[in-house]
Design a protein around this ligand. Sequence first.
Ligand code: ARG
Length: 281
Amino acid sequence: MEPTQPSVAPVTPERTALRRHYLMCRPEHFAVTYAINPWMDPAAGASAEKAVAQWEALREAYVALGHEVSLIDPLPGLPDMVFAANGALVVGGRAYGARFTFPERAAEGPAYGEWLRAGGFDVREPEHTNEGEGDFLTLDGLILAGTGFRTDVAAHQEAQEFLGRPVVTLRLVDPRFYHLDTALFPLDGNNVAYYPGAFSPGSRAVLERLFPDALIASEADAAVLGLNAVSDGRNVVLNAEATGLAEALAARGFNPVPVDLTELRKAGGGPKCCTLELRSV
Ligand code: ARG
């Protein structure tokens, strides 16, 4: 039997964008010359020229959304420096510096630290291994922190002490998702999207408890680094291939902004990896 009642249209919440300040690094020296994650194959060939063109479109997308983008000069010999998210964790005008796991990227930590110091941020030299916003994601009431492949748990404690914000440890278990920002992103200050298969059973339980209304992403969307996305609370910049995720975001009232970063994915990076948020509050 056909229902006689008129059906009620689903209520999609109005989302509000907050203007952000991002730091980015043009991939002029981009290459895949070593392999420190399963995405990287030095034999596959990666083009700096292509990477720059795709990265420029990402930068333009941020500017078109009304965000401020600052730039740090790329240094020769540091092909992964384009991944600005790894350069620090900046919250409330304080910058907790990065200390990289692999020697290939070690010089990036001081380079980002110097830029931030010159920009007036209170920079803390880290004692413990951590890869900045690759493994630290900031929400209103807490910071989520990944461990298992790169960042040490001791760095989670160091960041909590320096920033005065609660830091919650999450354990990553799938090498494809070696940084927290490859498996999870904040939709806004209070909720997240994530791929459960990237986390240990205990960490999955923590996420379910903290975010009962989270957007759960499929393996297919995660496997194109769809979760390496950047949300301003309304607009979500994400890899174009993550079509299921884009649909789910739209159904929740977000505006998906697809970008093509296939060249940078050869190094295991996506939009979020290229973007360090500079938070003054
Ligand atoms: N090739 C880089 C590495 O393995 C990619 C870093 C990606 N950055 C990120 N925030 N997930 O270190």
